[in-house]
Design a protein around this ligand. Structure first.
Ligand code: FDA
Length: 310
């Protein structure tokens, strides 16, 4: 059944995210009560410590300075400066890490040009150190601009960039088809935002079916596919599909989020698959934490247990 408890729960949590009282409560107590399980600290020093430890264990990583929908130029410049610093520090320690950015943090709400300039600046800096830059995908209203910026980056020679496509959107099938001739580096995900039926599948089952179709298409063509999921069944499917079609690990990797299904991350790594752990940091962790809670009722219970055990 798709109008399941989980689906109702997901919509309720994502709906409550904009509520000021909820935000106040979570902002005050969230880090102490469990956000630290999903967020690798608030500062560059703290995240570097986690990235170093993951690197030593054989994981690839990416990192994101949390925060979205920034409208003022000074804060946007601080975000750009932080990414430049992170890139330098990754390079100095030769970590297998890249940065993953959100365009609404880099000026998309001011203009597409502003977001392009800032992203291109970060991509150029990363390029000098032989690093890659991923552009996360945000709400459906941002998809056109995100894909336009990604295409422009490629056209301007920033081949060290990639983006994300979300399986819950009906449009993604066409977006993928349009991008494949460019041999893109794509992270495929199910999708984390609250989207209306006009643009997105509402039933988990439909999202899962579309996700597998998109993965098969992407893996079968040129380019690089990051399979970003914690879903065993999808992961098993990709393992069988790539083995059957002779698709090697130079063409794909698994990606999971920091703090989620660590045992599965280890097992895949031990089986010889590249595994990237997406490891976010920063003081603006509120929306990120709420999306992780919406994905799984157990996460809310985890936070509640922390609260009552004090
Ligand atoms: P699904 O939600 O079906 O979960 C499958 C199983 O995984 C669950 O049964 C549970 O065991 C485990 N699981 C999943 N989520 C969990 C959680 N929060 N806590 C504990 N266990 C959990 N989205 C987006 O819109 N834009 C983006 O740019 C990205 N970027 C991104 C990067 C990476 C590396 C990952 C892994 C994910 C994203 N996402 C994202 C999020 C993505 O869209 C999706 O919301 C989550 O990955 C959860 O979906 P799953 O594919 O894991 O499956």
């Amino acid at each position: 059944m798709d109008l399941s408890v989980n689906n109702v729960f997901r919509q309720a949590i994502l709906g409550a995210t904009q509520n000021r009282a909820v935000r106040g409560l979570v902002d005050r107590h969230g880090m102490r009560l469990g956000a630290a399980r999903f967020v690798a600290g608030e500062t560059v020093d703290e995240v570097l410590e986690v990235l170093r430890a993951l690197d030593r264990r054989g994981f690839k990583t990416n990192t994101t300075l949390l925060g979205e929908a920034i409208h003022d130029a000074t804060t946007i410049q601080e975000v750009v400066d932080t990414y430049v610093e992170v890139i330098d520090r990754i390079a100095a320690e030769q970590l297998r890490t890249n940065v993953s950015v959100k365009l609404t943090q880099l000026g998309l709400d001011i203009s597409e040009d502003e977001a392009y300039r800032n992203t291109a600046h970060i991509a150029e800096h990363a390029e000098r150190h032989g690093q890659f830059v991923r552009i996360d995908m945000e709400e459906s209203t941002r998809v056109n601009a995100t894909l336009a910026i990604y295409r422009r980056l490629l056209a301007e020679g920033h081949a060290n960039t990639g983006t994300v496509l979300q399986a819950y959107l009906y449009r993604t099938r066409n977006d993928l088809r349009g991008l494949l001739p460019l041999e893109p580096n794509l992270r495929l995900v199910k999708g984390a935002y609250l989207e209306p039926p006009a643009v997105a599948y509402q039933r988990k089952r439909d999202v899962n079916i579309n996700y597998v179709k998109l993965l098969r298409k992407s893996l079968s063509e040129g380019g690089y596919t990051a399979v970003a999921t914690h879903d065993d069944r999808v992961i098993d499917h990709v393992i069988n599909f790539t083995a059957k079609h002779g698709i090697g690990t130079e063409r794909f990797e698994f990606q999971m989020l920091y703090g989620i299904r660590q045992k599965l991350q280890e097992e895949l790594l031990l089986s010889g698959y590249p595994v990237l752990v997406a490891t976010p940091f920063g003081p603006e962790w509120y929306y990120y934490l709420m999306r992780r809670m919406a994905e799984r009722p157990a996460n809310l219970l985890f936070v509640a247990r922390q609260a009552f055990s004090r």
